[in-house]
Design a protein. Structure first.
Length: 123
């Protein structure tokens, strides 16, 4: 029987393979996992089903990951955020300052290391 963690994670990425891996891996650990592939879907999902954690790709078409986080912060939503990126953290440091981003992960990433960080953030 699968352990239920009672934490909801929303993953936003334009790579369907990544979303599928996140859903399978974190779902098997007992998290309630939602996945969407664009910024508008992300904002809509946050309104309907507020997650405990938002994991969002930095480079998305439209608003981009930063734009989504800014909108969420404007509405004072207490959602924890992890950004994923193929750029280095140093490249986006100025953009994320003041947005209360818990962590930035560079892709490709190890799901086990990612799991440890998510568990720590959601404690």
């Amino acid at each position: 029987m699968r352990k239920v963690i009672n934490k909801r994670i929303l993953f936003v990425d334009d790579e369907e393979g990544a979303l599928s891996a996140y859903k399978t891996f974190f779902g098997s650990l007992g998290y309630e996992v939602w996945t969407v592939s664009d910024c508008n879907e992300a904002l809509s999902t946050v309104e309907k089903i507020p997650p405990d954690l938002l994991v969002i790709e930095y480079r998305l078409s439209g608003l981009g990951g930063i734009g989504v986080v800014k909108r969420i912060r404007e509405k004072k939503r207490p959602i924890k955020v992890i950004l994923t990126t193929t750029s280095g953290r140093e490249d986006i440091e100025d953009e994320i300052r003041g947005l209360d981003v818990a962590q930035v992960f560079e892709k490709p990433l190890s799901l086990r290391e990612f799991q440890k960080e998510i568990e720590h953030i959601l404690e």
